[in-house]
Design a protein around this ligand. Structure first.
Ligand code: GUN
Ligand code: FE
Length: 421
């Protein structure tokens, strides 16, 4: 591939947590799908390359959604008057069981993929359902759309309704077939997805641990989201001292197994130490944590103690696909935590939230989420002319208004150098 071009506009990114780099009306050069540099004027060697002119607009790294359920998109915004375990029984399980029907699954995943494509998200880690053909269909649709995602066929062999439960053998065999079949996709990769400990027997987890080693795939799940859930896990796994050990004992908790754990609202000291040691990613999903009354995760403390953290929409626990919305929810939640829980831990700042949404989560995908040289060229262009104000705003103010006020839809989007629209 010999592709080279530049975008012109107001360029923003976060080189480190809390830092905001701003290049007014500059050129961002893409060379073979990667960032080649930012320039006030194009240097001689680039002087004849094509320039896509987004002058006056804001250019940001594509946003990263580290945790969402494509199969729950249909009921976003509904059923928010329950806590997790009742919410799963009443909302998630009935909807997900419909994905046994490939025709329904295709319709639902097509709609989801269209909406994700229009959003500011360039990469996501996605839960499908336990159905292999439907999961492959989702991967096919994402691949056609030009998005770069990890997708998981969900595993569930206990504590779920008959129509949404596999036997242990079935679950492992279907997972193996799915891993083999998904090798045909280039940009969308499989990720092991045991739903959470209450849905998976030890035998299933042990089998997934073996598959992880054999196929060298990452894994994603849920951790310490809700207090009754945590009590249930300690009953189900009497040999463990804390929830994270239920995954760690099977080699499914970081280290050689790149891992994302959604929520971590209630992780205690030991669990946090293990996450840090193992390099486990935390997907912070503030809107879901509010909607299903899980609590306020200590996201600022996680940053201060050097954990790996990104943001998740957790649709449909979260009602909104927008990671801009996840940024403002994260900031607002962290203020409530400061006010109500611990005044020694300050709230998140806007540049910290942008870091979480870009480079923080993006690092799970490699060199992703920044415009530093060598990073994959994922960019979104935001037009703030439809957010009228009489005030003359500075560039950081314009960025803040886009984060708080925009509908989350960019006017142009690029993934690994490819323009999607
Ligand atoms: N824990 C297990 N399954 C789920 C799910 O679908 N959503 C959320 N938020 N938590 C879970
Ligand atoms: Fe979730």
């Amino acid at each position: 591939m010999d592709q080279i071009y530049a975008l012109k506009g107001n360029i923003f990114y976060t080189p480190a947590c809390g830092q905001l780099a701003i290049y007014p009306e500059s050129y961002l050069v893409c060379e073979n799908g990667r960032c080649a540099g930012i320039f006030g004027q194009l240097p001689e060697r680039y002087k004849n390359i094509p320039v896509e002119d987004h002058s006056g607009k804001l250019i940001l790294p594509g946003l990263i959604d580290l945790h969402l359920h494509a199969s729950q998109y249909a009921y976003r915004g509904l059923g928010m008057d329950m806590e997790l375990l009742q919410w799963l029984e009443s909302n998630a399980f009935p909807e997900e069981s419909k994905f046994a029907d490939l025709e329904y699954a295709e319709e639902a995943y097509r709609l989801f993929t269209q909406q994700l494509t229009k959003s500011a998200t360039t990469r996501a880690c996605i839960f499908a359902t336990l159905h292999r053909p439907a999961t492959l269909k989702l991967m096919e649709l994402l691949e056609e759309a030009g998005l770069h995602c990890y997708v998981g066929k969900v595993n569930m062999d206990r504590n779920s309704p008959d129509i949404l439960r596999e036997t242990t053998e079935e679950s492992l065999e279907e997972t193996r077939l799915w891993l083999e079949e998904s090798a045909r996709f280039v940009n969308n990769k499989p990720m092991l997805t045991p739903r959470f400990t209450p849905s998976c027997t030890d035998a299933l987890m042990a089998g997934l641990g073996r598959l992880q080693k054999e196929f060298q795939v990452p894994m994603q799940s849920h951790l310490s989201e809700n207090i009754p859930e945590i009590h249930w896990v300690s009953e189900l796994c009497p040999n463990t001292r804390f929830y994270g050990e239920a995954y760690h004992q099977f080699g499914l908790f970081g280290g050689d197994c790149p891992t994302i754990m959604a929520h971590c609202v209630w992780s205690d000291k030991e669990e946090r130490e293990l996450m840090k040691r193992q390099g486990v990613y935390i997907a912070h999903c503030p809107q879901s944590n509010m909607n299903i009354s899980s609590g306020i995760a200590p996201v600022k403390s996680y940053l201060m103690e050097g954990q790996k953290v990104g943001l998740g929409s957790d649709v449909a626990g979260g009602a909104h696909l927008s990671i801009f919305r996840a940024m403002t929810d994260a900031i607002q939640c962290s203020k409530l935590r400061w006010r109500l829980v611990d005044q020694n831990i300050p709230a998140l700042t806007m540049p910290e939230a942008l870091y979480l949404a870009t480079k923080g989560g993006g690092s799970f995908f490699g060199q992703v989420g920044s415009f530093e040289k060598g990073y994959e060229f994922d960019a979104i262009v935001m037009d703030d002319s439809d957010l009228p104000t009489t005030r003359k705003c500075s560039l950081p103010e314009r960025l803040e208004r886009v984060i708080y006020l925009s509908d989350g839809k960019p006017c142009a989007k690029y993934v690994a150098g490819q323009r999607l629209f």
